[in-house]
Design a protein around this ligand. Structure first.
Ligand code: IMP
Ligand code: MG
Length: 186
């Protein structure tokens, strides 16, 4: 059985209210910037789903959505190249669309860098990045971030789409983990 998150929650780093307030601002900004364009939100599964769902409700423009999933090469440990592969590809062609990638968190930057490289070959009209969280100090490869919810310290976070060993994505806030209290499943 997984533990109740209250056992190992160190602190609520970003509350539900703070998340919603900032996401409303991002939605407004995106609505302004994409007027007259063919906005297509591409959510990177699975961490980005809660963010996508709230963000799109704050975008006051007709737009479409699609999903993709990627994983690092090898099991677990990331190779030095940082290449990722697509495990679930987009349903639709992105040619001539104004693609906005919706990510939960940019950490080393390898995921977004690879996704940008792969999608750029499909000739979108534009290709930009919107991430809820930015762990700036962890960056290993430079990536453009056009919309950023919050810059956060170098700590493992969970909740609001982000998982801790695949659980706890449902929480409406972003929390940090007390490693002394968290017991990973065998
Ligand atoms: P990057 O390729 O190192 O930028 O990794 C980004 C991915 O790592 C995110 O999409 C998350 O799935 C995962 N990740 C990075 N930091 C955290 C964290 O603190 N909590 C949960 N997932 C994280
Ligand atoms: Mg993710």
């Amino acid at each position: 059985m997984m533990q109740n998150y209250r056992v190992f929650l160190e602190e609520i780093l970003i509350s539900s209210e703070e998340l919603q307030k900032r996401i409303a601002e991002l939605g407004e900004e995106i609505s302004r910037d994409y007027q007259g364009l063919n906005l297509h939100l591409v959510c990177i599964l699975r961490g980005g789903v809660l963010f996508l769902a709230d963000l799109m409700r704050n975008i006051d423009l007709p737009h479409t959505i699609d999903f993709m999933a990627v994983s690092s090469y090898g099991s677990g440990a990331r190779q030095s190249t940082g290449q990722v592969r697509i495990t679930l590809d987009l349903k639709e062609d992105i040619r001539d669309r104004d693609v906005l990638l919706v990510e939960d968190i940019v950490d080393s930057g390898y995921t977004i860098a690879s996704v940008l490289e792969m999608l750029a070959t499909r000739h979108p009209h534009s290709l930009k990045v919107c991430t809820l969280l930015d762990k700036k100090n962890r960056r290993e490869v430079e990536v453009p971030i056009h919309y950023r919810g919050f810059t956060i310290p170098n700590k493992f976070v969970f909740g609001y789409g982000l998982d801790l060993d695949e659980y706890y994505r449902n929480l409406s806030f972003i929390g940090t983990v007390n490693p002394d209290k968290y017991q990973p499943q065998e």
